[in-house]
Design a binder for this molecule. Structure first.
Ligand code: AMP
Length: 192
């Protein structure tokens, strides 16, 4: 089974993806994690995207599609993929559809995590404070200014995917404001 977790920054995509990995032997493909790894290891691409990411803007379709293609081409014995933070544009959604088609795979479900902006800002600012208090590194894009740009990028470039997948009959919407366990249960119901 291949699924997409769709939702604005801070909606809980990463947390829910982790749970699905543990419960269902699926593989999480997070383009945000891949890009951060490229930055940490100081690759040319990593250096190139650093400023764009820190500002909260989207990196180019070409780069993220390339990252996803590489992962899908590596046979990792997954019982399906959870796409987390990808696709984020209509071009990426088309590319993913084509990649899956080439592999003889389907997209089984797109789960939209619905939340509101106020809660997102609280969650993300809270995440940054918790990390700082624990002496952990704080994401450079977890500040209010970048967050505003990340939210706008979501509404402008990513939210049209809700209509795109709704029209393809793949979309299930879940209340992302419920507790983590309740959200996980709603996702399980949506996938049943
Ligand atoms: P995330 O961890 O998913 O919030 O991603 C962090 C940042 O990485 C985003 O704000 C973008 O700058 C970049 N990024 C991650 N995934 C994508 C994507 N699919 N398309 C474009 N940029 C992305």
């Amino acid at each position: 089974m291949n699924i997409i977790l769709l939702g604005p920054p801070g909606a809980g995509k990463g947390t829910q993806a982790q749970r699905l990995v543990e419960e269902r032997n699926m593989v999480q493909l997070s383009t945000g994690d891949m890009l951060r790894a490229a930055r940490t290891s100081g690759t040319e691409m990593g250096n190139m995207v650093a400023g764009v990411m820190d500002r909260g803007e989207l990196v180019t379709d070409e780069i993220v599609i390339g990252l996803i293609r590489e992962q899908l081409e590596a046979d990792n014995g997954a019982d399906g993929y959870i796409f987390d933070g990808f696709p984020r544009t209509l071009a990426q959604a088309d590319a993913l559809g084509n990649l899956l088609l080439e592999m003889g795979e389907n997209l089984d479900c797109v789960i939209e995590l619905q939340v509101n902006d106020e809660v997102l800002v609280e969650r993300i600012v809270g995440r940054a404070k918790d990390a700082a208090a624990a002496g952990e590194p704080v994401r450079a894009d977890d500040n209010e200014e970048s967050l505003k740009i990340r939210l706008m990028a979501y509404y402008k470039q990513t939210s049209p995917l809700i209509g795109y997948y709704y029209a393809n009959d793949d979309l299930k919407s879940v209340d992302g404001l419920a507790s983590m366990d309740e959200v996980a249960a709603s996702i399980s119901d949506a996938l049943a």
